[in-house]
Write a protein that binds this ligand. Structure first.
Ligand code: PGA
Length: 253
């Protein structure tokens, strides 16, 4: 499967940024061996899809119910209707600030899939857990409790390992730490879902930049990246896509 490089625009993005989305879409075409997506604010999805026809636009969260009396929330059906192809679930900023539990994340993943959205499911440990030496056990347990009950095939799901202490901080785990975590997540996915689980793409996220992308993509079991700050501008994001193309075996040199 191609590497997946997904941008997470978080709470950034206005109409004025649509040309930047169009530029990212246009420049991504040079790397057909990489799957590229941008997860933008829900209210920008429809305009982003229009600004970048054929490019994969995603959401950053979805409600766990397909519809209902949930003031202020956005359903999977609404995201699809707006033109989204995928959604992030369980980002640490939502787990922390919106108090989302593993059970919530699991329900969101299942509802999104049921409605036809692909899913990027995030897991990751705090600095305290990393320092305590419990990172792998903690994150594998978090994955276990957040995964959907069934996996009919690997293509719709990606897992993003995002150490909370690496998000927006410029700090990155060592390649050995990334490799250890991704191998453990791969093993757990295979245990749960057999060959389909083993084929689920595992992304790394947390301060991925042009300067460190190639090194991270070269780590075994790293199948792509979830990129925050460096996804806002084509000039920062496209070199990350280019690095994924090289490490994906589709060198353009
Ligand atoms: P960052 O964010 O690349 O800005 O560290 C990553 C994320 O939160 O997905």
């Amino acid at each position: 499967m191609n590497k997946l490089v997904a941008g997470n625009w978080k709470m950034f993005g206005l109409s004025a940024d649509l040309p930047e989305i169009a530029a990212i879409a246009e420049q991504s075409r040079a790397y057909p061996a990489v799957d590229v997506a941008l997860c933008v604010p829900a209210i920008l999805i429809e305009r982003a899809v229009r600004a970048a026809p054929g490019f994969v636009i995603g959401a950053q969260d979805v409600h766990e119910a397909p519809y209902g009396a949930h003031t202020g929330s956005v359903s999977a059906g609404m995201l699809l209707d707006a033109g989204a192809h995928l959604t992030i679930v369980g980002h640490s900023e939502r787990r922390e600030f919106q108090r989302e539990s593993d059970a919530d994340v699991k329900a969101k993943a299942e509802t999104a899939r049921g409605c036809g959205l692909d899913v990027i499911l995030c897991v990751g440990e705090s600095l305290a857990v990393r320092v305590s030496g419990q990172a792998v056990a903690t994150v594998v347990a978090q994955l276990d409790a957040s995964l959907p009950a069934a996996l009919d095939g690997p293509a719709w799901l990606a897992v993003a390992y995002e150490p909370i202490w690496a998000i927006g901080t410029g700090k990155v785990p060592t390649t050995a730490e990334i490799g250890e975590m991704h191998a453990a997540l791969r093993a757990r996915l295979a245990e749960r879902f057999g060959s389909a689980g083993a084929a689920v793409r595992i992304l790394y996220g947390g301060s991925v930049k042009a300067a460190n992308a190639a090194e991270i993509f070269a780590v075994a079991d790293v199948d792509g990246a979830l990129v925050g700050g460096a996804s806002l501008k084509a000039v920062d994001f496209i070199p990350i896509v280019a690095a994924a193309a090289v490490e994906g075996g589709a060198a353009i040199a």
